[in-house]
Design a protein around this ligand. Structure first.
Ligand code: ADP
Length: 456
């Protein structure tokens, strides 16, 4: 079974645990990455919003204070909030005052977007990247009553900085969660797989473990039954074989014993030898049939060739002519040349066995006809006799091994009870069908149908 051998890369069997760990890790890392990015962004946005409101508020307060008490007010602010810087700019862009003293001699500020905005609409806002990677500057500008512009600015952390700050915690979190989920997965998989390895395979349907396993258990059950059936048949067959072989052997031994004891008169010697010979022949035929059957049991067809059933029928009848004459039965081959693809030897046996039965189970003055020819969908072989017929109730069973309708009659005709099972087996191996029609006292017709090979 090719399917049963599926393995992972490199030909080693795969591990459920490994596959699960892989998926769990992938999903976890992905989920953590997404939430990491999302959290950082949201926190950044939130703090940016707060900061923006704060510096505007500061600007508003101080603008109000300057409006009341003049520019001098700014000078009081120098020490109060070292983080926030205040700048006063005139409408022409010149810096009038800056809490950061060193920058008083700064260039014109008119081109700054927040200043432009404030001149136009009274209020302006801007975020600018600062020189260092981790910080950026927030600027809020406000027009005063005298036309000057007051600007507040404060440094803030960038998204990148925040992301970096969360990173160690994030890595620890990912590791902890990964380890926890690895542990849980291992434990879970073990507890899932453990019971599977302890399944009772003798009674597969008795385990109601997981619904996912039902198809597998059903298959095992079917296989078990098939194996049991085969084993049972084998056992029955060997019991039958022993019994069938023992019967003639017991006779042979009996006759020989009498001869040995010297109780047989000289003129009866011939008769005893003849009986021993007949029983020995019977045993040979039986063993031949058993060998044939076991060859068919191998199941695969040996080399096939194109065989003419009509010619085979003619040959078989030729061989059987003496036996037919002895029984007072007429033989005839009818129909036309009829070629099929098959195994010559098996087909020969099929025809021979059927014709032999038709002669054996016939009446004096009866006839046997073998017809071969094409029929719709394939080729057919019909063996018709005017013999004793087979009772309706037995018609199914005569194809069984060692089955005989009339044990005593079959014994006198030297039948083994294997002939028809060989026929049936051979026909099935050729993909054919076998059909029987029989009427007690009138005769029997057995038809073998070989369907045409399917055209591709
Ligand atoms: P056997 O070696 O006894 O002939 P077969 O397997 O060939 O064994 O046949 C099984 C039984 O079927 C025979 O014993 C016989 O009773 C019956 N049978 C087979 N062919 C015919 C037939 N053409 N007419 C009547 N009975 C038949």
């Amino acid at each position: 079974m090719a399917e049963g051998k599926r393995t992972g890369r490199g030909g080693r069997p795969r591990s459920i645990q490994y596959e699960f760990l892989q998926s769990v890790t992938l999903i976890l890392v992905l989920a953590m990455l997404i939430s990491y990015g999302l959290t950082t962004y949201l926190i950044y946005r939130q703090s940016a919003q707060v900061l923006r409101e704060e510096i505007f508020q500061q600007a508003e307060y101080i603008a109000a204070a300057i409006n009341v008490s003049g520019e001098e007010y700014l000078k009081n602010l120098d020490e109060t909030d070292p983080d926030t810087r205040f700048t006063l700019i005139d409408p022409a862009g010149n810096v009038l005052y800056d809490t950061d003293q060193k920058s008083i001699a700064m260039e014109n500020h008119l081109d700054r977007p927040e200043i432009q905005e404030a001149i136009e609409s009274g209020k302006g806002f801007q975020i600018r990247q600062s020189d260092s990677l981790g910080t950026e500057m927030y600027y809020a500008a406000m027009r005063l009553e005298d036309g000057n512009i007051l600007r507040t600015s404060r440094p803030a952390r960038t998204v990148f900085f925040m992301a970096m700050r969360f990173l160690p915690a994030m890595i620890i979190l990912v590791l902890v969660i990964l380890m926890a989920s690895w542990y849980v997965t291992r434990v879970r998989i073990r507890s899932l797989v453990g019971p599977i390895n302890r399944l009772d395979l003798e009674e597969p349907l008795g385990n109601d473990l997981y619904i996912e396993l039902r198809p597998l258990l059903r298959r095992i059950d079917t296989q078990n039954r098939e194996k049991e059936a085969v084993a049972g048949m084998r056992k029955e067959f060997s019991a039958n074989v022993s019994h069938e072989l023992k019967t003639p052997l017991t006779s042979i031994s009996g006759y020989a014993e009498i001869m040995k004891s010297g109780l047989v008169r000289a003129e009866d010697m011939q008769e005893f030898a003849d009986r021993i010979y007949k029983e020995a022949q019977r045993m040979i035929k039986l063993i031949d049939d058993i060998i044939r059957l076991s060859r068919l049991d191998e199941g695969s067809l040996p080399e096939t060739e194109t065989v003419d059933l009509h010619a085979l029928a003619a040959e078989a009848l030729e061989t059987l002519r003496p036996a037919a004459a002895e029984n007072g039965v007429r033989l005839s081959a009818e129909g036309e040349a009829c070629e099929i693809c098959g195994v010559r030897q098996i087909l020969e046996e099929i025809i021979y066995n059927l014709a032999e039965n038709a002669i054996k189970y016939n009446k004096k003055g009866g006839s046997v006809t073998v017809w071969t020819g094409p029929v719709p969908g394939g080729k057919a072989l019909r063996v018709t006799d005017t013999g004793i017929g087979i009772p309706e109730s037995e018609q199914e069973r005569i194809f069984e091994r060692f089955y005989r309708v009339d044990k005593s009659h079959s014994r006198t005709t030297g039948g083994t009870g294997l002939g028809l099972s060989i026929v049936k087996h051979g026909v099935l191996l050729h993909g054919g069908l076998i059909r029987l029609e029989s009427r007690m006292g009138e005769g029997t017709r057995i038809e073998v149908f070989f369907p045409d090979p399917e055209k591709k």
